[in-house]
Write a protein that binds this ligand. Structure first.
Ligand code: MRU
Length: 346
């Protein structure tokens, strides 16, 4: 099943509710684009490419909700919906990429409003279908970087759940596993929302890939003692110079990998590359509710004193000097990244 899909029977946009996994597997379905924006903010759906596809279908819903009888009126409603959807989460550029792509297609369409609604839906469906195909292409390039017997540290969730299907960094690991390479994954639990232990471990179980969950703090230990051979992660936005914004903790992981001579690879579709930004310093970093850090309980007991405050940046930027290569659907780019990233996005 795809993570995000249009359900013909329900006539609705459906997605796997990732807040509930691994305890419960449930779908959440939407017929209102504002509710889709809310679902993105609340992380019912998460992961850069999955957010992009959800936003694209969100615009298809907005087109159906609009009462406009002219293409100009419909386009104005779509632009308003795009600004609501675009504000749902700030760091993953795929969200804005997908919205821009739909608006471009819609604004270039010469036909009547009724037909335009179908054109928007078809473009959203194309974005979703292409994502699966792109991930599989990327996975074949990335799998060449994995050797039989590798132990790999993986951060956050970059699998089928973070995309429409298959995955980015986890998609690479999955393809290498299907090629018969024996791989062991050390799954960073990925505080504070635990996308590693909740989602990546759940996916690896389904694929039959051996793994151990580790606390994020343990990654340096495994790298320093020679027990990890490679580090793989995805990205929410890559700047033109190859700086990579990804889930909080990626920077510390890449630092520890470099200090121990272990390669660190980012796996990204070209829709995640933002050539309009010269460096990662310009990437907006989402800061989420401190409650995500503070509201952790064990045996029903709070793990911080009442009144404690917290900071909760959801992403950090890993400078290009710590990235060994960036894997895309159009090939692997090695440092220095500027020219290569332009080439693969061209
Ligand atoms: O906050 P999330 O769970 O949406 O963050 C997701 C990540 O950081 C992923 O690593 C990233 O989107 C790339 S995976 C396709």
């Amino acid at each position: 099943m795809r993570t995000v899909f249009w359900d013909e029977n329900r006539d609705a946009l459906c997605m796997i509710d990732q807040r509930l996994l691994p305890a419960k597997f449930e779908l959440a379905c939407y017929t209102d684009y504002r509710a889709v924006a809310q679902a993105i903010t609340e992380m019912v759906v998460r992961g850069a490419p999955a957010i992009g596809a959800a936003a694209a279908f969100g615009l298809a819903l907005a087109a159906r909700q609009s009462r406009a009888g002219t293409p100009e009126g419909l386009l104005a409603d779509l632009r308003e919906a795009a600004s609501t959807l675009g504000a749902a989460r700030p760091t993953a550029v795929n969200l804005h990429w997908a919205l821009r792509r739909i608006l471009k297609t819609a604004s270039e369409y010469p036909g009547p409003a009724e037909k335009l609604r179908q054109v928007v839906m078809a473009e959203a469906q194309r974005i979703a279908d292409e994502d699966v195909e792109i991930n599989k292409r990327m996975a074949r390039y990335g799998a060449e970087l994995i050797a039989d017997g590798d132990t790999i540290i993986h951060h956050c969730n970059t699998g089928a759940l973070a995309t429409v299907d298959w995955g980015t960094a986890l998609g690479v690991i999955r393809t290498a596993h299907e090629q018969g390479k024996r791989i062991h994954v050390l799954v960073d639990e990925t505080r504070p929302r635990l996308q590693g232990s909740r989602l990546t471990a759940w996916e690896l179980q389904q694929y039959g890939i051996p793994f151990d969950i580790i606390s994020d703090n343990a990654a340096g230990y495994f790298l320093r003692t020679g027990q990890a051979h490679k580090v793989f992660f995805g990205a929410d936005r890559v700047a033109a110079n190859g700086d990579v914004a990804n889930k909080i903790g990626t920077y510390m992981l890449a630092l520890a990998a470099r200090d121990n001579g272990v390669p660190a690879y980012a796996v990204v579709p070209t829709s995640t590359i933002d050539l309009s930004l010269d460096s990662g310093k310009q990437i907006p970093i989402e800061e989420r509710d401190p409650a995500e850090v503070l509201n952790i309980r064990r045996d029903g007991q709070p793990l911080s004193p009442p009144g404690a405050t917290a900071r909760n940046p959801a992403f950090d930027v890993t400078p290009n000097r710590l990235i060994s290569a960036i894997v895309t659907e159009n090939g692997v780019v090695y440092p220095p990244f500027e020219d290569g990233l332009r080439e693969v996005t061209g």
